[in-house]
Design a protein around this ligand. Structure first.
Ligand SMILES: Nc1[nH]c(=O)nc2c1ncn2[C@H]1C[C@H](O)[C@@H](COP(=O)(O)OP(=O)(O)OP(=O)(O)O)O1
Length: 161
């Protein structure tokens, strides 16, 4: 396994007035799915600045006070070989500046917390996103075979005193 297969990524869920802002991704991995806002951390960036940059690029908003809500690992296999590994830092934002707008990458849509379209999202989301949206921190590890979910583990992270 070499460095080229390992990606550090971000996902931001903006929650306001009982609704969550999702994007319908227009291109790349997961195109057509609804997801949080995010992408890859670039060289010279830290995870929080990458999360903020992705919100600006994808939907034109700047989140305030990102709360770190957990870490997800996505291991994708092809014929028993690791194709890529994604370490994804998940954040909640309860406020933001700007007005969500569509971009070439994403269409922003607000959903009621009880109306999240899990059937049109990554298969793992239903296993951890409800916990995050009820303010629990999570660690999850998921294995995929050609991006079809084959194994999952999800834990709630209890803060140490
Ligand atoms: N199984 C999964 N469940 C989930 O909820 N989000 C996933 C996921 N697998 C990947 N993602 C998210 C994490 C991250 O925010 C995003 C990465 O997508 P991309 O590789 O398209 O990143 P970028 O938008 O940075 O693409 P580039 O513009 O090519 O850099 O997809």
């Amino acid at each position: 396994m070499n460095y080229g297969m390992i990606f550090i990524e971000t996902l931001v869920y903006v929650v306001k007035e009982g609704k969550v802002l999702l994007i319908r991704k227009k291109r790349g991995l997961g195109a057509g799915y609804y997801n949080g806002i995010g992408g890859k951390v670039e060289d010279g960036e830290n995870v929080v600045s990458a999360a903020i940059r992705e919100c600006r690029e994808e939907v034109g908003i700047t989140p305030r006070n990102l709360e770190w809500m957990g870490l997800l690992e996505f291991w994708n296999y092809e014929d028993d070989r690791v194709e890529s590994v994604h370490f994804v830092h998940v954040f909640l934002a309860r406020d933001f500046d700007g007005t969500p707008r569509e971009s070439s990458e994403a269409e922003p849509i607000w959903f009621g917390i009880d109306e999240i379209p899990y059937n049109n999202m990554w298969e793992d989301d239903i296993m951890w996103l409800p916990k995050v949206l009820s303010d629990k921190r999570v660690y999850g590890r998921f294995e995929f075979d050609r991006w079809r979910l084959i194994k999952s583990e999800v834990y709630e992270v209890i803060p140490s005193k």
